[in-house]
Design a protein. Structure first.
Length: 345
């Protein structure tokens, strides 16, 4: 079987820390043919570090050399590069979030449909073994009809002090669009991706504007901090399901907390840690798994799913229409916070 020829666009932390090492581990299925970055000097250093032969200053110059691209740029450029690559007949694996706005997401999906090529978004939380186990329980009706999701992604004083994470023009937002999006996507997937109909949200950035910051992940300028660092939301869906959501980079909490809980009519499932909670035989039963199959590193099954979808061997697990739902909710949360009223989606 021929290997998929991959190009990497943007060689920052996520490319070097996740995608390039992961593709190198899957060398029997994929080869990194070329990389591209607006900073060509940095791209050359990365190419030397990972043994990649071809380096381009402009991403379009690599299109004739590859079958697919992985986009690791700031969010502002996701739609532009994705559409250009799809129009050139390439498959696209794009970092999360899908884009800056729902309109950009729609244009990306249209380009994918027109080209007939795969478009995947890197929501890797779906590929965690606990997530896959929880999805199986939901699909096999262990909890009955899902009705309420609770999702939390909370960090204590961990604003990313590197890259462009606090640049609103390049990223579109802060803790919500960067971190909370993962918990939103995972919760939606476990609910069965119902259509959101109404969103009430509040965003804050007061915590990170205080002088004398204590921050565990590098330093940033509190005077120029312009994105959200704490967000809450309540989301209603067609069919009656709802979600309680909270995320933060900077919360004044005792410990970091990452959790997803789905309550159904007949039971519930918790993730991180994993537990199935039911009422059976006149008892309240909590079942914990002593072993859950799957990879400890979700990057590997995520990359394999994309590669195999490009080769026509399996369906995408993260479909672009589902990733657009996440972006629709993010956009509605921001608009609800700005206007002070709930937003019909």
């Amino acid at each position: 079987m021929e290997k998929l020829r991959m190009g990497i666009i943007g060689v920052g932390g996520i490319a070097q820390g996740r995608h390039i090492p992961t593709f190198l581990k899957l060398a029997d299925k994929v080869v990194i043919e070329a990389i591209s970055d607006v900073n060509e000097a940095t791209a050359k250093l990365v190419a030397e570090k990972f043994g990649i032969e071809k380096v381009y200053a402009h991403y379009a110059d690599m299109f004739s050399e590859v079958d697919a691209v992985t986009i690791c740029t700031p969010n502002k450029f996701h739609a532009e590069i994705t559409i250009a690559a799809l129009d050139a007949g390439l498959h696209v694996f794009c970092e999360k979030p899908m884009a800056m706005t729902p309109d950009e997401c729609e244009r990306m999906i249209a380009a994918s449909e027109k080209s007939g090529k795969q478009l995947a978004i890197a929501y890797h939380y779906r590929f965690m073994k606990e997530s896959i186990a929880a999805k199986r329980l939901v699909v096999e009706n262990e909890i009955g009809k899902p009705i309420v999701a609770r999702a939390k992604g909370m960090r204590r004083r961990k604003v990313p002090g590197w890259g462009v994470f606090t640049n609103k023009e390049l990223q579109g937002g802060g803790s919500l669009i960067d971190y909370g999006c993962h918990l939103l996507d995972l919760s939606l997937w476990l609910l069965g991706n119902p259509k959101p109909i109404e969103v009430l949200g509040t965003t804050y950035n007061e915590l990170s504007k205080i002088p004398g910051q204590v921050n565990q992940w590098g330093s940033f300028d509190h005077e120029t901090f312009e994105v959200d660092d704490h967000v809450t939301a309540y989301i209603k869906f067609e069919g009656g399901a709802s979600m309680l959501f909270e995320t933060s980079w900077s919360a004044n909490i005792k410990d970091d907390e990452e959790s997803v809980s789905i309550s159904g009519i007949d039971g519930g499932v918790d993730l991180f840690p994993f537990s199935l909670n039911q009422m059976k035989h006149g008892m309240l039963l909590n079942t914990e798994a002593s072993w859950v199959p799957g990879e400890d590193d979700p990057s590997l099954p995520q990359a394999l799913n994309f590669i195999n979808s490009c080769l026509g061997l399996e369906e995408l697990i993260v479909k672009p229409e589902q990733a657009m739902q996440v972006s629709q909710i993010i956009d509605a949360i921001y608009r609800s916070s700005e206007t002070g009223v709930s937003i019909k989606v």
